[in-house]
Design a protein around this ligand. Structure first.
Ligand code: SAH
Length: 362
């Protein structure tokens, strides 16, 4: 590894900030030695804050109806081969019941942008979940909504919101989405969510079509300035019934390299080792944790619909991806020196900022 690369990595670990050009340099000069150093520093940074704890989230995929037509996504509205489903509120509550017994203390409700899930239906559902499980966090991942809607869901008790920005470069965003979707609106949603008081998560796919290191450098700069509480990154994986069916899969190495960098940018961040990473490699989940991730989100959806939330080909939903196999996941984490904990798994900010986590009254 050359001197400049070494110095940049050290600076990142100490100052948590470098220029866009410097991020670009780290990305352009990927090598095993740099990956090893980044991983070592990332693990050290995470250990100081979270020790060897891994947080788990029960992922409930509430609907695969979607009004959007993102070019990469298997549940886009133009995919006529997708068999559509949506869960009832009762089914979702049953999933949470199962999850609670298994030890989950965060439920993530994720879905396509399905008009069926009005504020009224969601508020009623969130209220019920929070009444029943007051010791649990409810995370939403339901795409772009208006400020009023986000506010109502927050006031009903939702704690967190995941909305990947997908790419911080406008012209890249426009190559991944039809013209009716807007980069600015997606970004505005993130700032609105943060402003309302949600613990907010952004993120992007690694190796998405047309992605350049320049675009990735912008993603990293965005993460450095936005400081999301959570950041979801995973490899792009083509889906056979999308315009990107013939595109290349994102790589495990690049994803892990980026996980380490993001941990160093913001040591407190909640960083999942994603299902997509587990899908492209047998040890993907473990490699993600070993690179600096500290969250795993096993699938808690009803078995009858699990195969249908097919964002990309061969998406895992069995084995350690299944919430019901939490023991298997615990064993795998233990084998690499980590411990799955029964905990809401909120972000741990430094002392001075801790009170930021208290819910704002709105
Ligand atoms: N409708 C919600 C949830 C989308 S699914 C929303 O808009 O936020 C969650 C994430 O899956 C997306 O943000 C995207 O980054 C990821 N995803 C979609 N298609 C994918 C693919 N082909 N490969 C890898 N990840 C994909």
């Amino acid at each position: 590894m050359n001197e400049r690369l070494y110095t940049l990595i050290r600076t990142l670990a100490e100052k948590h900030s470098i220029s866009i050009d410097d991020y670009r340099y780290i990305l352009d000069n990927y090598c095993i030695e740099a990956a090893d150093l980044l991983r070592e520093l990332a693990v050290k940074a995470r250990k100081k804050i979270y020790d060897n704890s891994v947080f788990v989230r029960g992922l409930i995929e509430i609907s695969n109806f979607c009004k959007n037509d993102c070019f990469y996504c298997g549940i886009r509205r133009s995919n006529k081969n997708c068999s559509r489903y949506r869960l009832s509120s009762d089914q979702i509550i049953e999933c949470a019941e199962d999850g609670y017994k298994l030890g989950f203390r965060t439920f993530v409700l994720q879905g396509g942008e399905d008009a069926y899930f009005t504020d009224e239906i969601l508020c009623d559902l969130i209220t019920k979940l929070k009444e029943k499980y007051s010791d649990c966090a409810v995370t939403l991942s339901l795409g772009e909504r208006g400020r009023e809607s986000y506010l109502r869901l927050y006031n009903a008790g939702a704690d967190r919101y995941l909305l990947r920005h997908e790419t911080a470069m406008k012209n890249h965003y426009e190559k991944l989405h039809p013209s009716e979707m807007s980069f600015q609106n997606r970004m505005n949603c993130l700032y609105t969510l943060r402003d309302i008081g949600y613990q907010t998560g952004c993120g992007f796919m690694v190796g998405s079509p047309f992605q350049t290191n320049e675009a990735l450098a912008q993603d990293l700069k965005f993460i450095e300035t936005f400081k999301p509480d959570m950041c979801g990154i995973g490899p792009f994986i083509p889906h056979n019934s999308t315009p990107f069916a013939a595109e290349k899969v994102g790589s495990l190495e690049t994803t892990c390299y980026l996980l380490s960098i993001i941990r160093l940018i913001y040591p407190s961040v909640l960083l999942p080792s994603t299902t997509a990473l587990g899908t492209i490699h047998q040890r993907g989940r473990e490699e993600g944790i070993l690179a600096g991730a500290n969250v795993v989100m096993p699938n808690l959806s009803p078995f009858s619909v699990r195969g249908k939330y097919e964002l990309y080909d061969n998406k895992l939903c069995t084995g350690e991806e299944s919430a019901q196999c939490l023991n298997e996941l615990c064993d795998r984490m233990r084998a690499i020196g980590y411990k799955v904990v029964i905990d809401r798994g909120d972000i741990k900010k430094s002392e001075g900022k801790r009170n930021l986590l208290q819910r704002k009254e709105k």
